[in-house]
Design a protein around this ligand. Structure first.
Ligand SMILES: Cc1cc2nc3c(=O)[nH]c(=O)nc-3n(C[C@H](O)[C@H](O)[C@H](O)COP(=O)(O)OP(=O)(O)OC[C@H]3O[C@@H](n4cnc5c(N)ncnc54)[C@H](O)[C@@H]3O)c2cc1C
Length: 591
């Protein structure tokens, strides 16, 4: 392994919005800052895909939006009202201190982005400003350049280097040369996004495999509420060339199209009361509620041959098509124009709920510190902000947490000195990373990855059961054992995709196991975590977060941080509690 002669105050892992905003925060605080990124520095991760890059939303309260002159805004919509909605939407599992930080600083983050040149296209809803995901990244990238942030692209982070329980550097692989590098630093910010790669059906990009979460776990950091995974309900599963595309979700959210079972019938009223169904069809609650109804319909055997449901878009009369193109002009270009040809030919798409956003992750406090000295985290790889369900913007989360994490990491770096590297640890990591090159007779990374996908589809769909989760944990343990013997057909170090896949599995397997175990421990249904064998929500016994320390999956229940709002104590069926929460949020008695 090559130990770089360069050292840094702060190394940020990931160049989505969370990583770039962390780098800005650290560099503004005068830290020498390096961003390491698997792909290109402002063209990777989920930030680029936000709103399908047609219309991503950044959230802020109406009063602040009006003050910033972004919209007329609802001046009566205060930060407190927004906070209250976020806690309801998170079913009281949110860390309320983190949620306070979110609502209090969202306006500052939005204002600076506009100041730095981000274009706002209008409003998507009362609290949602519409932008392009690519513009978020370009704006942050310009600012990074002004601040002399350094970048290392096409480089895959694998591990944290530790000295006496404190972070002292990172290990990464140059994806072109295959060279393994170690870099020294005083503080690290993890901003590696979600762990979409664990799921065959996912809406994310292929560079999101949970290496940040896995490295944090290996270093002994705390992980919170890993069972909480939001599914996007209407993601293309067929034709397979468009698999993972969320266009039907964008169309549906704009008001166009219908989801039908294999008999051509609508079905959401089977699973949701009228009021809740209205929210599922007409509001931002749609992710959680529709994913539940769609998964239930598929499990009832009324899915299509390809295992999903139909998304049908009726473009007749022609005026409707004109309305659609007027509402969403990007539909006339690129891949969207190709997908639209399917509808124009009177065909439909097969869609399915797909893993989309990870509420759980590395546990942070309001300084974005993890439980490991020198390790900070921001964005989707963190957990705790949104509790059991996210409705408000994740783009805002990555900016809010990034700003804090970068600043905190720089402050930490100022007060510490570079620690010596433990060469034994470095050599052990190197040997582990290179082992696939000398293995013989094992399965290929692609075979193991397909098996992981089959396991996660069974164990961790929207609706889970203890039986399937238990089987899933055992199956992942078996895969972990087989990964020790994973065998490559291509043994060159240079741009070896097979090797990269095996490195991804090294992270995805422990992260998947932690998710399954969390889902097993939470023996109730709450928010996006639906247990088909326990369709009840209990505020009597389950107002806790599930926190695992490192790779140990010992049961650890930490009381939810309820500093400002407390829920009613009682027990309800899953859907009754949704109705109750919605009624509390909207103030409507008949919910
Ligand atoms: C299709 C889609 C649409 C969405 N739409 C919206 C929306 O409209 N509004 C909204 O609020 N939210 C939306 N979200 C969620 C939101 O986009 C993400 O939560 C947010 O962008 C995450 O930002 P991040 O910086 O934490 O992670 P990401 O943007 O995912 O960035 C992660 C970065 O880490 C890098 N990385 C990962 N692993 C490694 C490694 N091992 N080594 C080096 N680098 C690594 C990646 O290459 C990438 O640069 C959407 C998500 C998806 C998938």
């Amino acid at each position: 392994m090559n130990l770089s002669v360069q050292s840094y105050d702060v190394i940020v892992i990931g160049a989505g919005g969370g990583g770039l905003r962390s780098a800005i925060g650290a560099a503004q605080a005068k830290a020498r800052t390096l961003v390491i990124c698997r792909g290109k520095s402002n063209r990777s991760g989920a930030t680029l895909l936000a709103g399908a890059n047609i219309s991503a939303d950044i959230a802020c309260d109406g009063e602040t939006l009006a003050r910033l002159g972004v919209s007329q805004g609802n001046k009566k919509d205060t930060k407190d009202a927004w906070f209250s909605d976020i806690i309801h939407e998170g079913f009281y599992l949110n860390n309320q201190d983190l949620a306070t930080m979110y609502v209090e600083t969202a306006g500052d983050r939005l204002a600076e982005m506009i100041d730095w040149g981000m274009e706002v296209h209008g409003m998507e809803g009362a609290r949602e400003v519409s932008v392009f995901g690519s513009d978020i990244l370009d704006t942050m990238m310009r600012r990074c350049r002004e601040l002399n942030v350094e970048f290392m692209e096409d480089t895959m982070f694998t591990d944290l280097l530790m000295k006496d329980g404190q972070v002292c550097g990172v290990v990464c692989v140059d994806l072109y040369s295959g060279e393994i590098k170690a870099l020294r630093c005083k503080a690290v910010v993890l901003a590696t996004g979600g762990a979409h790669g664990i799921f065959s059906e996912n809406s994310g990009s292929s560079d999101l495999c949970g290496e940040g979460q896995a490295a944090a776990m290996r270093a002994g950091a705390e992980m919170i509420d890993m069972e909480m995974v939001s599914f996007c309900p209407t993601v293309v599963t067929w034709p397979t060339m468009y698999k993972g595309n969320i266009l039907p979700y964008i169309l549906f959210s704009t008001g166009y199209g219908r989801v039908l079972n294999k008999y051509g019938k609508t079905f959401t009223d089977r699973y949701l009361s009228r009021h809740v169904e209205r929210l599922a069809l007409d509001s931002e609650w749609n992710k959680m509620l529709l994913s539940y109804a769609l998964n239930a319909e598929i499990q009832e055997g009324r899915g299509t041959r390809q295992g999903g449901l139909y998304y049908a878009l009726d473009l007749h009369p022609q005026e409707i098509m004109e309305e659609l193109y007027a509402d969403l002009p990007p539909l006339k270009t690129g891949i969207y124009a190709d997908i639209m040809k399917i509808f124009e030919a009177d065909r439909s798409l097969v869609i399915k709920p797909a893993a989309h956003y990870f509420e759980g992750g590395v546990r942070i406090d309001t300084a974005c510190r993890t439980s490991i000295p020198g390790l900070f985290a921001a964005g989707e790889c963190t957990g705790g902000m949104f509790g059991a369900n996210r409705v408000s913007a994740a783009t805002t989360e990555m900016m809010v947490e990034g700003a804090v994490a970068g600043n905190s990491a720089a402050a930490f770096a100022r007060d510490t000195s570079l620690l010596p590297i433990d060469t034994a640890q470095m050599e052990a990591i190197e040997a582990e990373l290179l082992k696939p090159f000398t293995n013989r007779g094992g399965q290929s990374p692609e075979q193991l990855r397909s098996r992981l996908h089959a396991i996660s589809a069974e164990a961790m769909p929207v609706i889970r059961t203890a039986e399937k989760l238990t089987e899933g944990i055992a199956a992942v343990e078996e895969l972990q054992h087989e990964l020790e013997h994973v065998t490559l057909s291509d043994t060159a170090r240079t741009y070896n995709r097979e090797w990269r896949r095996s490195l991804e599995l090294r992270s995805m397997l422990p992260v998947a196991k932690t998710m399954f175990k969390s889902a097993l421990v939470r023996d109730e249904s709450r928010g996006v975590h639906v247990r088909g064998d326990m369709l009840r929500t209990s505020n009597v016994k389950n107002l806790y977060n599930i926190v695992f320390r490192g790779e140990s999956l010992e049961d650890a229940k930490a009381p939810a941080v309820l500093t400002r709002m407390k829920p009613e104590i009682g027990e309800w069926s899953y859907t009754e509690y949704i109705e109750k929460i919605v009624a509390e949020e909207t103030g409507e008695e008949d919910a």
